[in-house]
Design a binder for this molecule. Structure first.
Ligand code: PHE
Length: 347
């Protein structure tokens, strides 16, 4: 391989590289020169027959180097080109209108529950969440409603069958009273609210088989009916507005003595009288009373030392009043057309 061959080979290689405009063609060219049967490879094999191996080798290297340099330059050039082409075709048009993202919202009952919890937590209460499947003992017996007690009829309870015979779907969150008293090992003071779902065999516009209650229980030394009244007054004013008044009426619950039913000023007419309050100016919202000594005793508390008050209310009714919901069953229907009406930006 003499100088002349080197020059013409290099010239030839240069021209060939000029004609390459794709990575595929570049690859073909590499095969043509450097492949197993490539032109440069063949020259390389010919070295063993050369007379002056040193000059042959040096000349061959010149050709090789020319090829390698041109190859890397071309490779870089084509890769950049390819990348630019790709970027160009993937360009995002930011002026196109975007797809609407639908954001969910809190369920109206979640909203009410959080509002209640926040208020009671601010008054120093804990929040306890008990199970919805309960024993007869926790739902009735330990609340001073032994088997066969006539007051059980006031709650149309769902009982479970077969091997779960002793179980039922809790019909009231008063089960929370029993559980919290029992769990409180040191038998010291208690201040707790128990919000949650309860179940009864009801089904009309103001009664659903599933609804939500919140129970309150306070146990301490020197707790009186005045504390109960003050607490419920505060509660009503904070939840329904500062002008709300509270009225106690004597009532009966097996687990409280004395027991009261609690009315609040009608939030629609402010007490003047309207169809909602049946012209009375008052709306009944709560059951409450002083914890019955039997209930304290069964919970492990000494009624000579401790007193307490308890109250329970349906949170659905508050949701209905607050949001103007006329049929309680829509709350549990999971119809998006209903739920999307409660979307709020501040969630
Ligand atoms: N558990 C009662 C009910 O569901 C309400 C209540 C709770 C009454 C606590 C008194 C004390 O009707």
């Amino acid at each position: 391989m003499d100088e002349k061959v080197v020059l013409s080979l290099c010239e030839e290689i240069k021209t060939k590289f000029e004609g390459v405009d794709t990575l595929n063609k570049l690859n073909d060219l590499k095969q043509e020169y450097m492949g197993k049967k490539g032109i440069i490879t063949e020259y390389q094999n010919g070295i063993k027959d050369a007379e002056d191996k040193k000059t042959y080798g040096m000349n061959l290297n010149k050709v090789r180097n020319t090829f390698d340099e041109l190859y890397s330059a071309k490779l870089e050039e084509l890769e950049t080109l390819e990348l630019n082409k790709k970027l160009e075709s993937e360009k995002i048009d930011i002026t196109l209108p975007s797809k609407k993202v639908r954001v969910g919202s809190k369920h109206p009952m979640t909203r009410i529950q959080e509002e209640f919890e926040d208020l009671f937590v601010s008054m120093g209460y804990d929040v306890y969440d008990g199970p919805e499947i309960e024993t007869d003992e926790n739902c009735f017996q330990k609340l001073n409603l032994p088997l066969g007690h006539p007051a059980r009829d006031a709650q149309d309870t769902f009982y479970l069958e077969n091997e779960y015979e002793n179980y039922l779907l809790r019909s009231q969150t008063s089960t929370g009273q029993v559980r919290v008293m029992e769990a409180n090992e040191d038998k010291g003071p208690i201040r707790v609210v128990c919000p949650g779902k309860v179940y009864r065999r009801d089904d009309d516009a103001t009664h659903s088989h599933q609804f939500m209650q919140i129970e309150g229980l306070v146990i301490d030394e020197n707790v009186s009916m005045a504390d109960l009244k003050g607490t419920l007054e505060m509660f009503s004013k904070k939840i329904l507005g500062e002008k709300t008044n509270v009225r106690f009426r004597p009532s009966y619950f097996p687990f409280t003595e004395p027991s009261v039913e609690v009315d609040v000023t009608c939030f629609k007419c402010g007490g003047k009288g309207c169809p909602l309050c049946k012209q009375t100016g008052w709306i009944e919202v709560l059951g409450a009373g002083m914890v019955h000594p039997n209930v304290l005793r069964m919970g492990g508390y000494d009624p000579e030392k401790y007193q307490g008050f308890a109250f329970g209310t349906g949170m659905d009714r508050f949701a209905m009043f607050k949001f103007g919901i006329t049929d309680i069953r829509t709350i549990y229907g999971n119809d998006e057309r209903f739920l999307s009406q409660f979307e709020r930006k501040d969630d």
